[in-house]
Design a protein around this ligand. Structure first.
Ligand code: HEC
Length: 442
């Protein structure tokens, strides 16, 4: 009896309470199915009524609180093509569906269930390259491994997309792929090769960190900053990356990256700490060839290696600036910090002095390292300055904080910190179109 009263109160006047088949499935398929499907990262599948129904209450809660889908950019700044947020109308539909009893409705009204290729999200790759061994991950500590394998290309190739496929999702936390010419050059874009930095570093097995007694520079934007390595300009970014919540690297429309003949690939894989039995991983990447690319896609990485976060600090500021040495078109920004990362903001100062915020992430989460892709490339003139301001929460109030009593410096380990931004861009004046023989040399 009570049920009927409640139902009568909440159902729309015409009796058409939202149903899964007609109203809710289209939303869930589109915004949730990429992760909430059998065999993927998220707990339940939303692709079927019977697997989604038991989660109806949590689904309502997760969408009303906007905890799902994961998206952390402040909507007051910038427009992003991969903005995952649901509209108010979509949230209302889900809320009303749950409040009215989460009915299935007429199955004939179901939209087509999205087809996900088993394994590769992007479909069958043109080339697959793996780490060359079944690597044993031992229980205990975090592990960073570098694997160098030949790409086995007789001729150079333009690549339009790269999918990084963890061999064992339970152990692969994240990873990067760099192009190197040989073992001697291994880590060309990684920490090993950063010779000027070497004297400030120490190693613990396969892990690297900045020494506790290295100089400290939290604000690398100050005019009289000491001349420490890698605080100006930028470094070439990795060829491709895999992070939790990050979709495969599909390069912007018409653009590509070049792999030269004879190239070797360096896989840098962060294996998460495991307990129990050892596990095996054989991670691979799928490469998708570009036919006739118009442009070259670039990625610059900006870092500050010299911050020090005091014990207990609740909002410690770390900054890094970059002056544009030529005109560029910015395509995306990926902020990267660890457990203590709290928020980060990207402000641009044009040569005219005009200041604008390109991206603000007020609630950063290590679990979700998202890429923010601009809806339109942002044109930036030479002489503009980008200011990256991040805050770290090393207080006991940060639930993710592994240890609030320690002073924290830069380090590979998740328990240490990073301050990195990856920025994809096109050159505003790209010169000649790339040819089948490789990047033109002007
Ligand atoms: C990018 C991948 C991704 C997308 C997109 C996504 N989810 Fe999730 N979701 C996850 C993962 C991973 C978890 C488990 C870890 C966690 O809770 O953070 C999760 C957890 C959940 C949970 C259970 C735990 C909780 O936090 O309440 C619900 C309910 C949920 N998601 C609903 C949704 C709905 C509804 C959508 C779409 C509107 C959606 N998710 C979109 C990845 C995703």
């Amino acid at each position: 009896m009570r049920f009927f009263c409640l139902f009568a109160l909440l159902a729309p006047v015409d009796g058409a309470a939202p149903t899964y088949s007609r109203d809710v499935a289209p939303i869930l398929f589109r915004h949730c199915g990429g992760c909430h499907r059998p065999g993927d990262v998220a707990p339940m599948s939303v692709l079927e009524y019977k697997s989604a129904r038991p989660w109806a209450k949590s689904i309502r809660e997760a969408v009303v609180s906007r905890r799902m889908p994961p998206w952390f950019a402040d909507p007051s700044y910038g427009h992003f093509s991969n903005d995952a947020r649901l509209s108010e109308a979509e949230i209302k539909t889900i809320r009303e569906w749950v409040d009215a009893g989460a009915a299935e409705g007429d199955r004939a009204q179901l939209p087509p269930v999205p087809k996900f290729v088993k394994g590769w999200h992007l479909g069958d790759p043109d080339l697959v390259i793996d780490i060359g061994q079944d690597f044993q991950v031992k229980p205990g500590a975090d592990d960073y491994q570098h694997f160098i394998v030949p790409a086995r290309l007789a001729q150079g190739r333009w690549i339009r997309a790269v999918e990084f496929r963890p061999g064992n999702r339970a152990v692969v936390h994240h990873g990067h792929v760099n192009l190197v010419r040989g073992r001697e050059e291994a880590g060309a874009t990684t920490i090993e090769s950063m010779t000027p930095l070497a004297k400030y570093l120490e190693r613990e097995g396969s892990l690297t960190r900045v020494r506790a007694d290295a100089p400290v520079l939290d604000d690398a934007c100050v005019a009289n900053a000491p001349d420490l390595p890698y605080l100006r300009g930028y470094q070439e970014g990795a060829f491709a990356s895999f992070l939790p919540g990050r979709p495969p690297d599909v390069f912007a429309e018409g653009s590509a990256k070049w792999i030269p003949a004879g190239a070797q690939l360096e896989f840098v894989i962060h294996y998460a700490r495991i307990s129990g039995a050892p596990q095996t991983d054989r991670t691979s990447i799928g490469l998708y060839l570009a036919k006739d690319p118009e442009k070259i896609l670039h990625r610059m990485d900006l870092r500050n290696f010299f911050f020090r976060i005091p014990p207990g600090a609740a909002a410690h500021t770390v900054r890094r600036c970059y002056e544009f040495e030529k005109d560029k078109l910015l395509l995306s920004i990926t902020p990267h910090m660890h457990f203590r990362g709290k928020d980060v903001r990207y402000e641009l100062i044009r040569p005219s002095g005009a200041r604008e915020t390109l991206l603000s992430v007020p609630g950063y989460h290590f679990d979700w390292q998202l890429v923010y892709r601009f809806a339109q490339p942002v044109r930036i003139e030479k002489g503009s300055r980008l200011e990256v301001t991040a805050h770290y929460d090393n207080s006991p109030n940060n639930k993710a904080n592994p240890d609030s009593s320690a002073a924290i410096r830069w380090g590979d380990k998740s328990e240490e910190e990073m301050m990195t931004s990856w920025i994809e861009y096109f050159e505003a004046e790209p010169g000649r179109k790339p040819t089948a023989a490789g990047p033109s040399s002007n």
